[in-house]
Design a protein around this ligand. Structure first.
Ligand code: NAI
Length: 337
């Protein structure tokens, strides 16, 4: 019996993401929680003839905690696209104050009602909201770093698509699985194109093309914000990316081994390889790296790729590390104040 809860299920990301989860045969129960419009989403998805049960939960007032508690009770996986999206001219950090409080409230709900769940954080700024989840769960005495995931999958999805678009004759986006490390905001996003399946193609680009490609991955979200012209940020591609990570976790939970995905995680020494990774990223507590997924969460951090990067990527990593350190501090300060 697998239960998945989506918090922020009536939003631009929440709706298509809930649809994708609804279609996954490994899911027995789908709990939809939001502070608006969620009964409609629940009724709509509930008509789909996949076998999972769908329930929606709407609080009756700002003070009502029972709806969130009911949505979370018994959940194995909690996916969180709750919050406010970016508007034109807004950076992810502008969102901080609103989304930080929302995330803190939801983390408290998780601590009380589903402390053993896998927690997948989509709400921006991910670089800071994930530390808020960690600190809030820690305060409540239920924190397990191997079950907390900052969703940076959209950066991987974009990195795969954008390099393939440069070689349309020879490649498809699905040929690639670029290792994108660091964080999830502008220059904290570091696609390691010099490694693995993209090495050959990346090597054929000139310096200007390489720079443009990396910039496009780092600021790909802006293309969507501008094209939507005031109507929000990435929702459909984000729903796909969030689902991709959730799907890998669902497979791991049901016993499939050897699954490796990049995620923004707490480099806590309880996790194999995390201490080594932390040394390589100047002592940062959170960083996105490939991880091995298991039944109980993150089993191992694959930090070795950080030793394989070229000199240009080393420079990109240093910029990312400097920015991330401030982003992480901001989240920790908010949650521990
Ligand atoms: P949206 O505004 O369409 O949806 C957000 C939903 O969250 C709304 O339905 C809202 O009612 C709900 N919500 C607000 N407070 C809540 C609470 N306390 N509990 C439960 N639900 C609550 O926004 P959209 O476009 O779906 O974006 C959601 C978040 O995802 C934003 O923070 C956005 O910046 C972030 N995002 C993250 C990406 C990533 O790669 N990690 C990419 C794109 C967006």
């Amino acid at each position: 019996m697998v239960k998945v809860a989506v918090l922020g299920a009536a939003g631009g990301i929440g709706q298509p993401l809930s649809l994708l989860v609804k279609l996954n045969a490994k899911v027995d129960e789908l709990a939809l929680f939001d502070v608006v419009n969620v009964p409609g989403v629940g009724a709509d998805l509930g008509h789909i003839n996949s076998d999972s049960k769908t329930q929606s939960y709407l609080p009756s007032s700002k003070e009502d905690k029972t709806a969130l508690a009911a949505a979370l009770k018994g959940s194995d996986i909690v996916i969180i696209p709750a919050g406010v999206p970016r508007k034109p001219g807004m950076t992810r950090d502008d969102l901080f104050n609103i989304n930080a409080s929302i995330c803190q409230g939801l983390a408290e709900g998780i601590a009380e009602n589903s402390p053993k769940a896998f927690v997948l954080v989509i709400s921006n700024p991910v670089n800071s909201t994930v530390p808020i989840f960690a600190e809030t769960l820690k305060k409540k005495g239920v924190y397990d770093p191997s079950r907390l995931f900052g969703v940076t999958t959209l950066d991987i999805v974009r990195a795969n698509t954008f390099i393939s678009q440069l070689f349309p004759q020879d490649t498809k986006p699905s040929d690639f699985n670029v290792r994108v490390v660091g964080g999830h905001s502008g220059e904290t996003i570091v696609p390691l194109y010099s490694l693995g399946s993209t090495k050959k193609y990346y090597g054929e680009l000139n310096e200007e093309q390489k720079k443009a490609l990396i910039h496009r991955v780092q600021f790909g979200g802006d293309e969507v914000v501008q094209a939507k012209n005031g109507a929000g940020s990435a929702t459909l591609s984000m729903a796909y990316a969030g689902y991709r990570l959730a799907e890998q976790i669902l497979k791991a939970v049901s016993g499939e081994t050897g699954i490796v995905e990049c995620t923004y995680l707490n480099l806590d020494s309880k996790i194999k390889g995390a201490a080594e990774a932390k040394t390589l990223v100047n002592g940062l507590d959170f960083f996105s790296l490939p991880v091995v997924l298991g039944k109980d969460g993150i089993e191992e951090v694959k930090y070795d790729i950080l030793n394989e990067v070229n000199d240009d990527e080393k420079k990109l990593l240093q910029v990312a590390i400097d920015q991330l350190s401030k982003n992480i501090e901001k989240g920790v300060a908010f949650a521990t104040k």
